[in-house]
Design a protein around this ligand. Structure first.
Ligand code: PLP
Length: 372
C-alpha cells in the first residue's frame, strides 16, 4: 500500500440503496444522479451498477460530464444534463445524444433551432422554478410559454421537472408549496411525465410523480434529518504512520493550537486537507482506532493529521495500525456535522490519492428492506 488511506466503495450497498429508494417511491421510477463523478465515487462505476438494478435514467450537471458518461451507458440508459446548456453547446449535446434540461425560454429556442436544423425532434427535460430561484423557467417565462406552446413543437419533452429547496426538512412549508406550484404548472401539459423529488423529497410522506432524481441517498448519505435508513457505501481507513509520547504542556501541529494537558500519545496519519479531509476539523473532529474515539489534536495539515490516542488501548497502536476515518463508528454525516457541512461535500472532496477498493455486488447481501 503506497497511498495514505484506502477508500472502500461497496457496490452491493449502492445497489441496495437503489432498491430501497425504488421501494420508497414506487410506482415512480428512480433516476441515478451521478454528477461530480458520481459524488466522488466514479460516475461510470455507479451507473453500471445501477443499470444492473434496472436504472434507465442518469443525471449529471454538466455537458462535459455527460460526454464522459454516455459511452458507458449508450443504448441502455438516458443521460440528462441538469444545468442545461450554455449558448453554442447545442450541437455537441445533440451529437452526443445527451438530453439537456431546458431552463429558460432562450434555451428552449436554441434547442428547437437545433432540432429544426437536424430535421427531427430532439428530447429534453423542461424545468420550472417553483420557488428555489436557482434554475428553471421563472413564473413570467412560464406564462409566456403557456401563451405560445408551439415553441415546444420541435422538442420531445420527456419530463417536466423542478427542484425542492428544503427537501431534507420534512417540516418545511416550502415542500408542499413547491409541490402545489409544480402540480398547477404541469397540469397544462397533460400526459407528460413529471419529476420533482431528490433524495430528501423521495422520503417525504406523499406521492412522488413519475420519476425521482436520487443522489446522496444512493451513496449512503442521510436523505433527511433523523435516523438514516440507507446502507453505508464508503469506508475510509488510514494507517498510523508514527507514534510519539509528549509531556504535558507540549504543543502539536501548525500554530501549536493543541497543548497537551497531560502526558499525551500522539499518532500521525497520512491524510490531510489535500485529501478532502476538512481543515476546519482541526481540534474538532476525530478518528476511531480499535473502536475508540481519538480526537484530532491540532490543525489538519495538507498531508497529515495528528490524533490524541492517549485513551486508545496500546494493542491498537503501532505503525501501520488501521485508523477508521469513515466506517461503523463515524458516518459521512457524522464527519459533515463535525465540519459544519453536509455529507455531499465530504463525498465530493474525496481524494484521488486514496487507494480505492471496489467491493462488487454479491447475491443476497444488503437485503434489508425499509421498515414498514
Ligand atoms: C443534485 C441534484 C439532485 C440530487 O440531489 P440529492 O439531494 O443528492 O438526492 C436532484 N436534482 C437536481 C436538479 C440536482 O441538482
Amino acid at each position: 500500500m503506497t497511498a495514505g488511506a484506502t477508500l472502500t466503495i461497496d457496490l452491493g450497498a449502492l445497489a441496495a440503496n437503489y432498491r430501497l429508494i425504488r421501494q420508497q417511491v414506487s410506482p415512480a421510477q428512480v433516476a441515478g444522479v451521478v454528477k461530480a463523478d458520481g459524488y466522488g465515487l466514479g460516475a461510470a462505476l455507479v451507473a453500471r451498477t445501477l443499470i444492473d438494478e434496472g436504472c434507465r435514467h442518469f443525471c449529471v450537471a454538466l455537458l462535459g460530464e455527460a460526454a464522459a458518461l454516455v459511452p458507458h451507458v449508450r443504448g441502455e440508459a438516458d443521460v440528462f444534463v441538469l444545468n442545461g446548456l450554455l449558448p453554442g453547446d447545442e450541437a455537441e449535446c445533440a451529437t452526443l445524444g445527451a438530453i439537456p434540461v431546458l431552463n429558460s425560454l432562450d434555451q428552449i429556442e436554441l434547442w428547437s433551432a437545433q432540432a429544426r436544423a437536424r430535421g427531427r425532434k430532439l428530447p429534453a427535460m423542461l424545468q420550472f422554478d417553483t420557488g428555489m430561484s436557482r434554475m428553471g423557467l421563472s413564473p413570467e417565462e412560464i406564462d409566456r410559454l403557456l401563451a405560445t406552446p408551439d415553441v415546444l413543437d420541435p422538442i420531445d419533452v420527456r419530463f417536466l421537472i423542478s427542484h425542492l429547496a428544503c427537501a431534507d426538512d420534512p417540516t418545511a412549508a416550502a415542500n408542499a408549496e413547491q409541490a402545489e406550484r409544480f402540480r398547477a404548472i404541469t397540469a397544462h401539459f397533460p400526459g407528460v411525465p413529471r419529476a420533482l423529488d431528490n433524495s430528501g423529497g423521495s422520503f417525504l410522506d406523499r406521492g412522488h410523480f413519475d420519476l425521482v432524481r436520487a443522489g446522496i441517498a444512493l451513496y449512503g448519505g442521510a436523505p433527511r434529518a433523523g435516523a438514516n435508513p440507507m446502507h453505508a457505501v464508503v469506508a475510509l481507513e488510514a494507517r498510523i504512520a508514527q507514534l510519539r509520547t509528549i509531556p504535558a504542556g507540549t504543543g502539536v501541529g501548525y500554530g501549536l493550537t493543541f497543548r497537551a494537558e497531560r502526558e499525551t500519545r500522539i499518532a500521525t496519519i497520512q491524510v490531510g486537507y489535500a485529501d478532502g479531509w476538512p481543515r476546519c476539523l482541526g481540534n474538532r473532529g476525530a478518528a476511531y482506532i480499535g473502536g475508540v474515539r481519538a480526537p484530532i489534536a491540532g490543525r489538519v495539515s495538507m498531508d497529515s493529521i495528528t490524533l490524541d490516542v492517549t485513551d486508545v488501548p496500546a494493542e491498537h497502536l503501532f505503525p501501520g495500525a488501521p485508523v477508521e476515518l469513515v466506517g461503523p463508528h463515524q458516518s459521512i454525516d457524522d464527519v459533515a456535522n463535525d465540519a459544519g457541512t453536509i455529507s455531499y461535500e465530504i463525498l465530493t472532496q474525496l481524494s484521488r490519492r486514496y487507494d480505492r477498493i471496489v467491493v462488487p455486488v454479491t447475491e443476497g447481501a444488503h437485503n434489508r428492506s425499509l421498515a414498514q
